[in-house]
Design a protein around this ligand. Structure first.
Ligand code: PGA
Length: 262
């Protein structure tokens, strides 16, 4: 029997908002949701600020009892040592981060992160009690050559090597051609690939893990298209980039259950 999965709406800020802007943003988002009487239990919200903001955001969430999850956008494969510029999962854990994004296409492309590096980062996250948000997705060229699901399924299989059945993980299907392009996948396309990714989790880690793991769609998600994705049985949330930087837009995405007629 299928378990129910709490939807997760995650905001990947990328390299935007300094720590002062972060405070203003998080407070405004919280009050916007409060004013709209948003039911906190119905949808989990998480923000992924730049590293330099995390301590400040953590303090704010804690002081004002704001029920948002917090995560880093990357972590080191190592736990400590002579790795200039790297950030350990141990440090993220100490800052009360619950999540860390791993293998975002911008890391794969601009920092040459291979499937092996992504798998090592997943292990590093799990060592420090962080839930990895494992990003996978095909480029436009991959789509043409291999179809939609072959590349993301292969990336996920590699990332899950050695992941135990009791691990908490989140998977984000983000077609590279849809990221920041304004051209989102259709709900049907997202459902098709997310269902295949769930099958990969089932084969590699186990059926129970697959059943309880949240699979997000990402790539040009907006208030106007979120409801369509969330109607799909294998899409359990969204990883939102650009639209997560605009308070009213992100709040409307979080409140997708209230949208009528979309
Ligand atoms: P986008 O980015 O929502 O701006 O397309 C999504 C992402 O890169 O996670």
């Amino acid at each position: 029997m299928a378990v129910s999965r709490t939807p997760l709406i995650a905001g990947n800020w990328k390299m935007n908002l300094d720590h002062l802007q972060a405070v203003a943003f998080v407070q405004k988002l919280y009050w916007t949701l409060k004013d709209a009487a948003h039911d906190e239990e119905s949808v989990e919200v998480a923000v992924f600020p730049p590293f330099t903001d995390i301590r400040t955001v953590q303090t704010l969430l804690d002081a004002d009892k704001i029920p948002f999850g917090l995560g880093g956008q990357d972590l080191s494969t190592h736990d400590s040592g002579a790795y200039t510029g790297e950030v350990s999962g141990a440090f993220l854990s100490k800052l009360a981060c619950g999540y860390v994004i791993i293998g975002h296409s911008e890391r794969r492309e601009y920092h040459a992160e291979s499937d092996d590096v992504v798998a090592a980062k997943v292990q590093a996250a799990l060592r420090h009690g962080l839930t990895p948000v494992i990003c996978v997705g095909e480029t436009a060229a991959d789509l043409e050559e291999f179809g939609a699901s072959a590349v993301p399924a292969g990336q996920l299989r590699a990332a899950l090597a050695g992941v135990p059945a009791d691990a908490d993980i989140v998977v984000a299907y983000e077609p590279v051609w849809a990221i920041g392009s304004g051209q989102a996948a259709t709900p049907d396309q997202a459902q098709d690939v997310c269902a295949k990714l769930r099958a990969v989790i089932s084969e590699t880690v186990g059926a129970d893990t697959a059943d309880r793991t949240r699979i997000l769609y990402g790539g040009s998600v907006k208030a106007a298209n979120i409801a369509g994705f969330m109607r799909e049985p294998d899409v359990d949330g969204a990883l939102v980039g650009g639209a997560s930087l605009v308070v009213d837009e992100f709040a409307a995405i979080i409140r997708y259950q209230k949208h009528v007629g979309v």
